[in-house]
Write a protein that binds this ligand. Sequence first.
Ligand SMILES: Nc1ncnc2c1ncn2[C@@H]1O[C@H](COP(=O)(O)OS(=O)(=O)O)[C@@H](OP(=O)(O)O)[C@H]1O
Ligand SMILES: Nc1ncnc2c1ncn2[C@@H]1O[C@H](COP(=O)(O)OP(=O)(O)O)[C@@H](O)[C@H]1O
Length: 181
Amino acid sequence: MSVTETGATIWLTGLPSAGKTTIAYELAGRLRGEGHRVEVLDGDEIREFLSAGLGFSREDRHTNVQRIGFVAELLAANGVKVLVPVIAPYADSRDAVRKRHQAEGTAYLEVHVATPVEVCSVRDVKGLYAKQAAGEISGLTGVDDPYEAPESPDLRIESHQQTVQESAAELYALLSERGAA
Ligand SMILES: Nc1ncnc2c1ncn2[C@@H]1O[C@H](COP(=O)(O)OS(=O)(=O)O)[C@@H](OP(=O)(O)O)[C@H]1O
Ligand SMILES: Nc1ncnc2c1ncn2[C@@H]1O[C@H](COP(=O)(O)OP(=O)(O)O)[C@@H](O)[C@H]1O
């Protein structure tokens, strides 16, 4: 099978504003340009449709992650590179998704976008950190809600120490090393 026909799920986990979405779309553009079939399962879009009605409790986040993992595996098993920029804060939820892929023989890569909360809260792309600080919301991942960082991800990206292009290139190199790019 050629590299463009090899499906894989690439899950980008990390805090809000860590850079998950930006890196996913940067990589998606490069892969599409090279003839890969790519889908980005964007957390916000998924929550509008597939996971409409779910909130941010532990249980709802787990359900959200399992639904996304299910769809990602289906697509990846059919030759699509599936990029998933979704927080997935709980290790057991992520492990269940990995196991599902393993059981089906589908490639799965876990990427930790390891931007520290101090940097994320300054970036604050959606204004959530400011809202939490102002007491307007609670349960924000990494601030007053848990984030269990992966202990041994396939790749850890230090987005606060490099450009978007460098971060995406690191991920591309990993795919290449694993025979998927
Ligand atoms: N309380 C709280 N905690 C974390 N995130 C919050 C919260 N409220 C809203 N948002 C916004 O929703 C996006 C997270 O959704 P996800 O589906 O990626 O999260 S999860 O895996 O189900 O935990 C997340 O998107 P990203 O910023 O792209 O990570 C946030 O913008
Ligand atoms: N190396 C990098 N990788 C990804 N994003 C970066 C990087 N350096 C700076 N940024 C910026 O950080 C922000 C990350 O936002 P976003 O991708 O929406 O985060 P997330 O999806 O994790 O919530 C963007 O404004 C992006 O331009």
